[in-house]
Design a protein around this ligand. Structure first.
Ligand SMILES: Nc1ncnc2c1ncn2[C@@H]1O[C@H](COP(=O)(O)OP(=O)(O)OP(=O)(O)O)[C@@H](O)[C@H]1O
Ligand SMILES: [Mg+2]
Length: 305
């Protein structure tokens, strides 16, 4: 069942008692209840951001609050320029908020933390270093001995299907392979929280499907907490425990959609009527900035609560 929180004052707290709207066949809301029971790993508290520019101030985020459970997979959607990347940069500790704060395991995040890893749309591999050297680059920057991590890195390279490509230069790798390398680079430190900003936005549809299956597997195997920004509604529903939709700038919480589909999920499920009805409801929320029911799903003859 996909449950849509309908309270106009949605705070981003994880609740399982919200009324459901679209049902996937055979689902009971149990997954949403389990997600709500997780302890809070990370909290965004009243996040507000104004950028000062030469031509004036840009109001990017306004009083955005969100709790993310330990091991939860949260996808963030919203119109272009609504502050999604701003939110992620603030959560990484790299950019300060104007007001509000980010809390990780009860401690305010003011600087980059080793527990937090980040993956971007561009794999950001250095063109003059081979894959193995690129994965080791952060160790050099941090002046960390990589030897204790070697076995871990080898295992990760194997897991993402890059074994045998260690000596290849970035130009010899496809976009999907480059992004796999950036996933290994991020996971090599074993962060407990991973922030991903449109990581597969530049990939073709088939490669994106492959990457989504890979991320689902990594998430299921490791129990990492993942906050994943995307423009792709299908991708968000496929991956998430909850889909968070932001309003147009300044980004506020428009609506939170718990996704109660068992895992592992399949690409085939994204073509089912329940899934498509949810895509339409979320699209409409992005377009209007508020959840306005689910007429499209009803029009498709889907089961409504
Ligand atoms: N460093 C900056 N200095 C000034 N303004 C900025 C800066 N970074 C972002 N902005 C502005 O803040 C607003 C939010 O930007 P942000 O990149 O967070 O949006 P977004 O939701 O990630 O957009 P997109 O979906 O296109 O990636 C935009 O108007 C943008 O122009
Ligand atoms: Mg962005």
């Amino acid at each position: 069942m996909v449950q849509h929180q309908q309270r106009p004052d949605a705070t981003g707290k994880r609740e399982s008692s919200a009324p459901g709207v679209v049902s996937f066949p055979g689902q009971s809301g149990a997954a949403a209840a389990a997600a709500a029971a997780r302890p809070v790993r990370m909290a965004v508290e009243h996040a507000t951001k104004h950028y000062k520019t030469r031509t004036g101030s840009v109001h990017a985020l306004e009083d955005l609050s969100l709790e993310i459970g330990d091991g939860e997979f949260v996808c963030v959607l919203g119109p272009s320029g609504c502050g999604k990347s701003t939110l992620l940069w603030a959560m990484s500790g790299l950019h300060a908020l104007t007001r509000g704060r980010i809390v990780l395991d009860g401690t305010p995040v003011r600087d980059p933390r080793p527990e937090i890893g980040m993956i971007f749309q561009d794999a950001n591999l250095l063109p003059w270093r081979n894959l193995w050297q690129n994965i080791h680059f952060p160790f050099e920057i941090k002046k960390l001995d990589a030897r204790p991590y070697r076995e871990r890195i080898r295992g990760l390279i194997e897991e993402v299907g890059l074994a045998g490509f260690e000596k290849k230069m970035p130009r010899e790798l496809s976009g999907g392979m480059q992004q796999r390398a950036s996933i290994v680079r991020c996971l090599s430190f074993n962060p407990s929280v991973i922030l991903m900003d449109e990581p597969f936005g530049a990939l073709d549809a088939f490669t994106r499907d492959e990457m989504n299956l890979l991320i689902q597997k990594i998430w299921m195997d490791t129990g990492k907490t993942i906050i994943f920004v995307t423009h792709n509604v299908t991708e968000a529903i496929f991956l998430a425990d909850r889909v968070v939709v932001l309003t147009p700038r300044p980004g506020r919480l428009a609506h939170v959609f718990p996704i109660d589909l068992p895992r592992p999920r399949t690409i085939g499920q994204t073509f089912t009527p329940g899934f498509i009805g949810t895509v339409l409801a979320i699209k409409r929320t992005i377009e209007t900035g508020a959840y306005a029911g689910n007429d499209e799903a009803a029009g498709m003859g889907l089961e409504l609560d």
